[in-house]
Design a protein around this ligand. Sequence first.
Ligand SMILES: CC[C@H](C(=O)O)C(=O)SCCNC(=O)CCNC(=O)[C@H](O)C(C)(C)COP(=O)(O)OP(=O)(O)OC[C@H]1O[C@@H](n2cnc3c(N)ncnc32)[C@H](O)[C@@H]1OP(=O)(O)O
Ligand SMILES: [Co+2]
Length: 133
Amino acid sequence: MFTNLEHLGLAVNDLEAATALYTTLLGQEPYKREHVASESVDTVFFQVGGSKIELLAGTSPDSAITKYLAKKPEGIHHVAFEVDDIRAEMARLRSEGFILLNEEPKRGADNKLVCFVHPKSAAGVLVELCQSV
Ligand SMILES: CC[C@H](C(=O)O)C(=O)SCCNC(=O)CCNC(=O)[C@H](O)C(C)(C)COP(=O)(O)OP(=O)(O)OC[C@H]1O[C@@H](n2cnc3c(N)ncnc32)[C@H](O)[C@@H]1OP(=O)(O)O
Ligand SMILES: [Co+2]
């Protein structure tokens, strides 16, 4: 079951500049900074009420974020939903014909197991499923 809009992922070219901007915009400091080696991304998290903002910068040419920013401007990169059972939701979405971008859940940032749904399956939006671990 999808239980919450967990975070909006924003792709940024300059993580320090974006972090300073969002610290001023939101009026608060980030609660976490985390490198996710499997995705070659550095992330910065802000908690805003029940939702989060995840700033993401690529750390290598093969990072999905680096590739994205080579073609598109900074902005909303993905929307992440919290699910109570990521494997069950992956099986359900597959049975409904959604294209998933990973066979198995993988370790994401912020103590989550994650998987991604191809934007082509989700009306042009990259969707991330997150389950707390
Ligand atoms: C996991 C750590 C952290 C967390 O929260 O825990 C993260 O969120 S990490 C986030 C970064 N990682 C990922 O995004 C992994 C999943 N993404 C991918 O596998 C690729 O980025 C993919 C498949 C979405 C796109 O791959 P690629 O860039 O090689 O393909 P194209 O550029 O040819 O794009 C194909 C098609 O999709 C459109 N597209 C690409 N990215 C996005 C996007 N973020 N939102 C919406 N649409 C997107 C692109 O425009 C192409 O469409 P077309 O009509 O053919 O132009
Ligand atoms: Co994310």
